[in-house]
Design a binder for this molecule. Structure first.
Ligand SMILES: *[C@@H]1O[C@H](CO)[C@@H](O)[C@H](O)[C@H]1NC(C)=O
Ligand SMILES: *[C@@H]1O[C@H](CO)[C@@H](O)[C@H](O)[C@H]1NC(C)=O
Ligand SMILES: *[C@@H]1O[C@H](CO)[C@@H](O)[C@H](O)[C@H]1NC(C)=O
Ligand SMILES: *[C@@H]1O[C@H](CO)[C@@H](O)[C@H](O)[C@H]1NC(C)=O
Ligand SMILES: *[C@@H]1O[C@H](CO)[C@@H](O)[C@H](O)[C@H]1NC(C)=O
Length: 452
């Protein structure tokens, strides 16, 4: 019975693979913007030997790939107009399969078509809910249809363009990976690197830091619009990046089928990381991320001694320079079995842990929600064990400040202060003196998970 199902599926799997083989052929064609008819899709029908159903396959694989960035219910509109936008809470992106022009001097995308004129503006950053942040992101104007007057192309490109911004929380690894790197992977991995990035609000430091990842996603030089103000023509364009969730990828969301493990494999390949599973690491090793200004573990030496006592090799990293060097730090984290730290952006580096490793987060007062949503749940989605070390008020420096366990600041952190003051208190005004006896239990559990 099972065998039959498999043999029935085989031709389908084969047919699904066909568009991929046409990638190279299609994209090496010199696409002429003035003759959009040349781009009319050459559809062919296949009669499957095992079914009476005619499968209509779009051999123009670029169209096929772009349609994966469009929600199901939008597909028919997209086929009719060659243009579609998708707006969710966090991300917004627009896709066109029509030959288009991008004037990088004004960041205007013109999509010629005989549809009624339609104008959209969007700031391509995957944190659409953050109005203050979005002000830093240069808007892109998209003009679709309405007999657009065409400019002369200064540069013709044979691959689609993807427009996004490297603005945002410059230098913060959580935001960079959460809102740019992962959404960029979600949106562009399907192009098999035949895609050109137009990076607005271009930050050379970002390009240097994530160079290996960017180079793997696109085999073309990144275009900095501010340094190259001219009219660029493309066979297709995507503006904005798709976001699925904090440090995670959901197979059920467009482009469908991508998962966090696929992303982690991509990271390992891009950054040359050695370990895919924790069992490949000979001696259980802990990486303790030491914070030096806020959210410090003040009795770090005792913590390290306790970990060593349990049989761990312990690596303590404090230098910001080391942590922000992705090429170096990703390899360090990847060779560890357990990653320990207080809540903070540095924990984003959990993405480089091997499968089966353990993430231990020291969960401070008032930061439970962020701790769980930004690092705890995502770790589980990565195939990494997550252990939460919830501190008692006695371990927090805030107890001394507020005097008593029953103070509202301790019992009800979310209700005690307005947001901006709460940030100062819990995020910037709190250190921790870890109870060694209590933390030993957590670390012993971590050891039992990684020991072999
Ligand atoms: C992706 O690109 C590489 C190199 O450019 C090529 O060897 C490979 O066949 C491509 N894969 C697909 C599925 O098109
Ligand atoms: C295939 O389907 C069509 C219509 O759905 C039907 O008329 C035809 O007889 C079918 N052919 C076979 C071989 O089952
Ligand atoms: C585009 O131009 C044609 C011919 O000049 C005209 O018939 C048509 O109405 C125009 N369409 C729009 C949307 O302006
Ligand atoms: C602008 O971009 C085009 C194509 O990407 C490139 O050929 C050209 O050298 C660039 N010009 C400058 C000034 O960088
Ligand atoms: C940390 O807590 C221990 C008791 O668990 C206490 O003996 C020690 O003095 C505390 N350290 C500081 C700096 O408060």
């Amino acid at each position: 019975m099972e065998k039959k199902v498999v043999s029935r599926l085989t031709p389908w799997i084969f047919l699904l693979a066909i568009p991929l083989f046409y990638l190279e052929i299609m994209w090496s064609n010199n696409i002429q913007l003035q003759q959009p008819n040349l781009l009319k899709i050459d559809r062919k029908s296949f009669q499957s030997a095992h079914s009476n159903k005619t499968v209509r396959l779009n051999l123009n694989s670029l169209d096929f790939l772009l349609s994966r960035l469009v929600q199901g219910e939008e597909q028919s509109n997209f086929r009719a107009t060659g243009f579609s936008c998708d707006a969710q809470i966090h991300s917004k992106h627009c896709v066109t399969t029509r030959p288009s022009q991008i004037d990088t001097a004004t960041m205007t995308v013109s999509i010629p078509s005989d549809c009624p004129a339609q104008e959209t503006s969007l700031r391509p950053y995957a944190r659409q809910e953050d109005e203050i942040l979005l002000r830093k992101v240069t808007p892109v104007k998209i003009i679709h249809g309405g007999n657009t007057t065409l400019l002369i192309c200064d540069h013709r490109h044979s691959v689609p363009a993807v427009v996004f911004s490297s603005s945002g929380f410059a230098g913060n690894v959580f935001h960079e990976i959460n809102e740019i790197i992962i959404p960029l992977f979600i949106t562009t991995n399907l192009f098999n690197s035949s895609v050109l990035f137009i990076m607005e609000d271009y930050r050379p430091s970002f390009v240097a830091k994530y160079g290996k990842i960017l180079n793997r996603l696109s085999s073309h030089p990144i275009l900095n619009p501010a340094a190259n103000r001219s009219v660029h023509c493309f066979p297709a364009v995507v503006v904005g990046l798709k976001f699925h969730g904090h440090l995670s990828i959901n197979a059920n969301e467009i482009p469908k089928g991508l998962t966090t493990p696929i992303f982690r494999r991509f990271l390992r390949e891009s950054l040359d990381l050695k370990y895919s599973h924790v069992s490949q690491i000979e001696r259980p090793t802990v990486m303790l991320l030491s914070r030096t200004t806020t959210r410090r573990i003040i009795n770090e030496e005792q913590v390290v001694a306790m970990m060593e006592d349990l049989g761990f090799r312990v690596v303590v990293v404090a230098r910001a320079k080391t942590v922000s060097n992705i090429d170096v730090f990703s390899r360090m984290i990847n060779s560890c079995s357990v990653f320990v730290g207080a809540h903070g952006a540095g924990l984003t580096n959990e993405v480089f842990l091997p499968d089966g490793a353990v993430m231990v987060q020291v969960d401070l007062i008032g930061l439970e929600w962020a701790a769980a949503n930004y690092y705890g749940e995502p770790a589980r989605g990565m195939g990494v064990h997550y252990l939460r070390y919830k501190i008692e008020p006695e371990e927090s420096s805030l107890l001394k400040i507020f005097g008593s366990r029953s103070h509202k600041a301790i019992t009800d952190p979310t209700g005690a202060f307005p947001l901006h003051i709460g940030r100062e208190v819990y995020l910037n005004g709190q250190n921790v003196n870890i109870s060694i006896d209590k933390f030993r239990h957590t670390m012993a559990m971590a050891m039992s998970l990684v020991q072999h």
